[in-house]
Design a binder for this molecule. Structure first.
Ligand SMILES: [Zn+2]
Length: 355
């Protein structure tokens, strides 16, 4: 008998009545034959695959929006948030003004309540899915498929339209700043003031400004699709049903306002209301002796006094060597050669933002 983590089995023919696209996705976590239908408000509903839902209003306004969640299967709050928006759209409680693509990234991992089955899906984009030994690993196949769906979605919208891609996550550990965004490398282009204002209204005040290409979904969206794309870390990982959704209320309200074209007037951009960081160093694990020299439950963006030893790797010591340097994403359990921690430092964006 079929089972999924939600204990809600949804068949394609009942989606119209339930609007439960997440339930359908988790009932068929590996694949789902495409189908489509039309809502009475004229919106065309197209299921392209498991976890891939495209909504096209009868007369779409000018923004093409990709909302993704569950790229890491156990990051449930954004999955629940997106599933609820999907359901309200499918049941016509709200109506989208813009073209929308919802992606639930890793359904088999969601059913297993795991971050991933084999590979970290968010390290496999921009072609990295094809760099392995050709083994048929689910996450590699999924990354390649998701890239194609996103390209198809934006190409069908056409050139000259605004493109947005918000990839929603929660972090393994707590954070000194509960919500933060990773703003992918733009190859020298200015950071978008209007996006910073919008995300600030979502409750995201802290931005990590990347300065190198990456294998993340958001970098793929920015670099390969020309979208304003972000990895949004919205809080801490918890199991399905155990999230305090009030902590996501601002983000939920702003995404819904964006979708129905009812955004409030946003506060003027004021750098003093943000925290901007850049990566000062990436620490890779080189030996099995690698150890982190702080508590396991340390929060992201924790700072230490100058000279503090942060990690040891055989004979190598990593110390704080700039004021304000903070740690982010520490993980001593990565494979040899992989990134075990990033060190970041505060930075100003004066002169580097534009409309
Ligand atoms: Zn994640």
């Amino acid at each position: 008998m079929k089972t999924n983590i939600l204990n809600r089995l949804v068949e394609p023919e009942t989606l119209q009545h339930s609007g439960d696209f997440l339930g359908l996705t988790l009932t068929y976590p590996e694949q789902l034959a495409p189908f489509s239908y039309r809502l009475s408000n004229g919106t065309v509903v197209e299921v392209w695959d498991t976890g891939v839902l495209c909504l096209t209003p009868a007369n779409p306004a000018g923004i093409d929006i990709v909302l993704s969640s569950g790229v890491h299967g156990n990051e449930t709050a954004p999955i629940e948030l997106c599933a609820a928006i999907c359901q309200d759209l499918l049941l016509e409680k709200i109506q989208s003004t813009h073209r929308l693509l919802f992606l639930f990234g890793n359904p088999p991992a969601m059913n297993s309540a795991k971050r991933e089955l084999v590979d970290n899906l968010n390290r496999l984009f921009s072609g990295h899915h094809s760099k392995g030994d050709g083994e048929p690993i689910w996450e590699r196949q999924r990354a390649a498929a998701l890239e194609q769906y996103v390209l198809r979605f934006y190409q069908a919208g056409g050139e000259g339209r605004e493109r947005l891609l918000y990839d929603l996550h929660t972090a393994i550990r707590g954070s000194q700043f509960e919500k933060f965004a990773v703003y992918p490398f733009l190859h020298g282009k200015p950071w978008s003031k209007s996006q910073l204002q919008f995300l600030h209204a979502c409750g995201v005040e802290t931005f990590l400004l990347m300065q190198t290409p990456a294998s993340t979904f958001s970098y793929f969206g920015a670099q390969s699709c020309g979208a304003h794309a972000f990895t949004l870390e919205l809080g801490k990982v918890r199991p399905f049903g155990e999230n305090d959704m009030s902590r996501f209320a601002a983000c939920d309200a702003m995404l819904r306002a964006l979708i129905v074209d009812a955004l409030p007037v946003l506060a003027d951009f004021d750098e003093s209301r943000f925290n901007f960081f850049v990566v000062s160093r990436a620490v890779n694990k080189h030996s099995e002796q690698f150890e982190l020299c702080f508590a396991r439950n340390i929060e992201n963006f924790s700072q230490f006094p100058l000279g503090t030893v942060l990690a040891r790797d055989g004979d190598i010591e990593y110390r704080v060597d700039e004021p304000g340097e903070a740690i982010i994403f520490p993980n001593a359990d990565v494979a040899l050669g992989q990134r075990a921690m990033l060190l970041v430092k505060p930075v100003s964006v004066a002169g580097q933002v534009s409309d």
